[in-house]
Design a protein around this ligand. Structure first.
Ligand code: GLA
Length: 673
């Protein structure tokens, strides 16, 4: 199986794009790079079933045998993200329809509707056929269902399924009408048949309807995954099943909710930033993945999973070029390894890539690969060989759990709700708020976990709610219980303002937390994109500001100038031995960092490696009686870091300090403390 104790190295392998002579070279090169896991067949449906019911498995049989002989395990994909041309011709009703009613056509990938019965039946069919043939193949390490669930649809099949989902969720129309506040703009529904998906419409759509549609679609995609998973499991229950999560606000998938349904959380990560932001984005993606893994572990019925470290897998990343808007950026030497180690430090069971070999044709021919167009005599391939060696030396870290005393709460629905165009500012972005808080903690060197409302908080000294917009009584009670148990809290603007249907809590914002925070927000003052407010102490705030009235809290910082001059911007409220902070604007990065450092200090939390120089990232994994310190030098100068232990990458002991060359990393097995 996949868990043979090693870290995984490899990526998407598309042998169907190459002649058989190349397969042999591939296996030889994979062995050189110590590749031990490849995803095969993700987009191979039209080569596996070129015409309805006519299968061609000869090439896949040969490839799997070759890989097995080479000691390389396979994450065998079900190819359902790209139905073949014959399917779309035979089932035009299964092609997706956009919100403005345009039916999309074959020619790219992902042109299917996940609610269309013909698509679902065909997907089950090819999954079952693959399961029957390969479920006991010795190369099979895991099943990789589909690819990056995330496309959406507004066709009649979707509409009918949406209504059924709404009946399940709301029970009766009165409840639905209340949840969606349909008395506004004459949207009251007197019959389920009147309810549609949120199509393109004249002006602002209904926030409750949009939110429910997102939830419904996440559940629909999940059901499509689960039915494939169940077929694969039925063929061989011992083989784990997963799917690769794609990240981004546009993705209509609640990954936390999915986490208990996958045997292993797997993510794809392609940072959009090219400067230092890429490292921050990498750290956040990995912390999110670990949070989902932990959330899934809590809900898993598998006792082995319940006690093991929260494990997940970086299923895809870029070996070199990062596709940023408008151009591709080539990763600098060493950067791919640091990103990979950042993921491993945060719980990934390895570092996998899209893709093994760069193709000559096809839409993504210029996407980077472990074997680039240049071939194996290339910097990128040499770096992947070195990464393979390093991953081999790090197997023991899998025993450790990434250490964190700060929790950041995130939930998908809050992010979706904040994007409604009827919000008081078009600059609101839940992921950006999470990222800003995470960045501040990352730069200050704190380890943090991302948690889902309701997850246990006993291991955290500080809980941060970054614009966690939606809260019902359960979420409010969860936050309160953390504070009453002695935990500290930092809440940023627009947290707890609305209920799970995006209806505003009355009586002053933020309705869910104002007592805990000792304040009441009376009015919002959103800022223009190019506007900022000055804060006492020299910082600035962007995006948002508010009239905060104190009801027990004390001001820590105030607005300077403008209509809010002298009024509280940041506050602190003592609750027993705990402190509950409130931040009513988006502070600039340095100010946010100072603030979170102060909140962490008050909570008794220390940075992972307090004396690490700026630009050196430190992450620790711990197990009973053991710990491993990952040090990543993101600067272009050598850096000396106080630390003790044995560097597993070089085999050189660090006695009091380790000197990291520019752009290099060390992973220390620390002396027992
Ligand atoms: C995703 C997909 C891959 C490929 C890469 C390109 O991760 O899963 O098939 O398209 O993006 O970045």
């Amino acid at each position: 199986m996949w868990d043979d104790g090693r870290l995984c190295h490899g990526g998407d392998y598309n042998p169907e794009q190459w002649p058989a002579t190349t397969w042999r070279e591939d296996v030889a090169l994979m062995r050189r790079a110590r590749v031990n896991l490849v995803t095969v067949g993700v987009f191979a449906w039209s080569r596996l079933e070129p015409a309805p019911g006519r299968y061609d498995f000869g090439w896949l049989d040969e490839v799997l045998d070759l890989l097995h002989d080479g000691g390389i395990r396979v994450a065998l994909a079900t190819p359902t993200a790209s139905p073949p041309p014959w399917f779309s011709l035979a089932h035009p009703d299964a092609l997706p329809v956009t919100a403005d009613g345009v039916r999309l056509h074959h020619g790219s990938r992902d042109t299917y509707c996940a609610a269309a019965p013909a698509y679902r039946a065909a997907a089950r069919g090819i999954a079952a056929t693959l399961a029957a043939r390969y479920a006991h193949h010795p190369a099979l390490a895991m099943w990789h269902v589909h690819n990056e669930y995330g496309t959406t649809c507004h066709c009649p099949h979707t509409e009918a399924a949406f209504r059924r989902w709404l009946v399940d969720r709301h029970g009766d129309l009165d409840t639905l009408n209340a949840a969606w506040a349909t008395s506004f703009w004459s949207q009251h529904y007197a019959d389920w048949a009147y309810v549609s998906t949120p199509r393109a419409t004249q002006y602002l759509g209904n926030p409750g309807q949009l939110l429910d549609f997102r939830r419904f679609w996440s559940d629909t995609l999940l059901a499509a995954y689960v039915e494939q998973r169940d077929l694969l499991k039925a063929a061989n229950p011992a083989v784990p099943v997963t799917t690769n999560y794609v990240l981004g606000d546009w993705v209509p998938v609640d990954h936390a909710r999915w986490a208990a349904e996958v045997d292993l959380v797997a993510i794809d990560h392609y940072p959009s930033a090219v400067d230092g932001g890429a490292e921050e984005q990498t750290a956040l993606a990995a912390d999110l993945a670990r949070g989902w893994a932990r959330h899934g572990r809590l809900r898993s019925a598998d006792p082995a999973r319940a006690t093991a470290p929260a494990t997940w897998l970086l299923m895809e990343s870029a070996a070199s070029q990062i596709h940023t808007p408008g151009r591709a950026h080539t990763k600098e030497p060493g950067r791919m390894a640091r990103h990979s180690l950042s993921h491993v430090a945060r719980g990934s069971r390895g570092a996998m890539f899209f893709q093994w070999r760069a193709p000559t044709g096809g839409a993504e021919r210029f996407h980077s690969a472990l074997v680039p167009h240049t071939g194996a005599d290339s910097r990128v391939f040499r770096e992947s060989v070195r990464l393979g060696e390093h991953l081999d030396r790090l197997a023991e870290v899998t025993a450790g759990e990434t250490a964190a005393s700060v929790a950041l709460a995130a939930d998908a629905a809050s992010g979706w709700a904040l994007r409604h165009p009827g919000m008081p500012s078009e600059l609101l972005d839940g992921h950006a708020e999470l990222a800003a808080a995470h960045r501040a903690l990352w730069r200050a060197g704190y380890g943090c976990d991302v948690v889902v409302p309701g997850d246990p908080l006993d291991r955290y000294r500080l809980l941060v709610l970054p614009a966690l917009y939606l809260a019902d009584d359960t979420t409010a009670g969860w936050v309160r219980a953390h504070v009453e148990a002695g935990g500290h809290l930092l809440v940023s603007y627009l947290s707890g303002v609305a209920d799970p249907h995006a209806r505003v809590h009355l009586g002053g914002y933020p309705g869910a937390y104002r007592d805990l925070l000792g304040l009441r927000v009376e009015e919002f003052h959103p800022l223009a994109a190019d506007e900022q407010v000055l804060l006492s102490g020299g910082g600035t705030g962007r995006i948002w500001s508010e009239t905060v009235q104190l009801h027990g809290a004390e001001p820590v910082g105030t607005y300077v100038g403008g209509v809010l001059d002298g009024r509280p911007a940041v506050t602190r409220h003592r609750v027993g031995d705990s402190t509950a902070w409130y931040v009513s604007t988006r502070p600039d990065d340095a100010t946010y960092r100072r603030l979170l450092t102060e909140a962490a200090r008050t909570a008794g939390v220390h940075p992972v490696c307090p004396d690490a120089p700026p630009g050196v990232e430190a992450v620790r994994r711990t197990a009973p009686g053991a710990s491993w310190l990952f040090l990543l030098n993101h600067t272009d100068r050598p850096q000396r870091v106080p630390a003790d232990g044995l560097d597993l990458l070089t085999g050189i002991p660090a006695d009091g300090a380790v000197t990291l060359p520019a752009g290099a990393a060390a992973v220390l097995r620390e002396h027992p403390r």
